[in-house]
Design a protein around this ligand. Structure first.
Ligand code: NAP
Length: 298
């Protein structure tokens, strides 16, 4: 693809950022559609965020992905934030408008996508979310949107869990595409309570901790005894995408559970951002292939 005087810029900001797979995913889509765009990775230190955003506006950058450590810090700098991103408490996608930067969170759409594709009724499903960090918030919102029966969140720090629990008290969001907002209801627990809740039918077990991520490939947030005999109607979902599978997903598969890894979430959150910026359907299969090729090469 030739870069010309009119080539438009998209990108991702973070610190560090050189490991990001987003340029590979987005430039594959841009090339496939022969668009006059490039998607670049910009290392932006925390104390440079305001300056970077002003500079990006000055040069007409169309939009960018936002990753660690800027997902929360960018929020006060934006002119408008979607209710969904406000509920998650983090912005991972921004776009430039005549009235300033607008932001949303596409991690929720990314997380939900492979579950929605299963076209099942989630109202009898009990969700167990391992971890109570930033990604867990997107998982809570996604499970609420799907209409899951109960949502339980597990963490290791009682004070953080209390704060996590109370942060949802005033949050109402639509369920299953309906326009009527409903209270987001969750229960939080310390890890010691996990065994009692985990071994039941119709479970959606989500790992939103980094436990098991490369290079700690022999670690898992659960052991095989916890999910023994759990049954094939239950699902294990790991947000981690390296290695594939993680030990967590391998244990779940061995116990007869369905499994989903973090690659689809990564692709789909990127596709949702692409569609916001470019206002056209994202070539999702091309983006998925580019990601898998890159993961397999490393
Ligand atoms: P985060 O904000 O740092 O939260 C991590 C959570 O895991 C925290 O609750 C933390 O507990 C807990 N945790 C970490 N190490 C632990 C351990 N050894 N034992 C028990 N709990 C532990 O991170 P995040 O942004 O939520 O990301 C979580 C994972 O999701 C990462 O692996 C990330 O790569 C992945 N992710 C994937 C996608 C995707 O598109 N596939 C998108 C977002 C995130 P404390 O708070 O007590 O430390």
């Amino acid at each position: 693809m030739v870069i010309t005087g009119s080539t438009k810029i998209l990108g991702v900001i973070g610190s560090p950022i050189s490991h990001s797979l987003s340029p590979i995913i987005h430039n594959a889509a841009i090339d496939h559609l022969s668009l006059d765009y490039r998607y670049l990775a910009f290392p932006v230190a925390p104390d440079q965020l305001t300056t970077a955003l002003a500079g990006f506006a000055a040069i007409g950058l169309v939009g960018c992905s936002v990753t660690i450590p800027h997902k929360q810090a960018i929020m006060p700098l934006l002119a408008e934030i979607t209710p969904l991103a406000q509920a998650v408490g983090a912005v991972n996608t921004v776009w430039n408008t005549p009235t300033g930067w607008h932001g949303t969170n596409t991690d929720v759409a990314g997380f939900v996508s492979p579950l929605a594709a299963m076209q099942r009724d989630w109202s009898d499903t009990t969700v167990v979310i391992l971890g109570n960090g930033g990604a867990a918030r997107a998982v809570v919102v996604g499970c609420h949107q799907l209409g899951c029966g109960e949502i339980h969140v597990f963490g290791r720090d009682a004070a953080k869990l209390t704060q996590f629990q109370s942060s949802w008290e005033k949050i109402q969001l639509p369920v299953n595409g309906s326009d009527t907002p409903k209270q987001v209801t969750i229960k939080t627990h310390l890890w010691a309570e996990l065994s009692a809740l985990i071994n039941q039918a119709n479970l959606l077990l989500v790992n939103s901790t980094p436990i098991g991520m490369y290079p700690q490939v022999d670690s898992s947030p659960i052991n095989s005894v916890m999910i023994q005999g759990i049954g094939s109607n239950s699902l294990a979902y790991d947000l981690i995408y390296t290695p594939r599978p993680t030990k967590f997903l391998q244990l779940a598969k061995d116990a007869g559970m369905m499994t989903i890894d973090g690659t689809e979430m990564l692709v789909q959150q990127g596709a949702a951002a692409f569609e916001l910026w470019l206002k056209q359907p994202a070539p999702i299969q091309i983006m998925r292939q580019a990601l898998i090729r890159s993961l397999n090469a490393n």
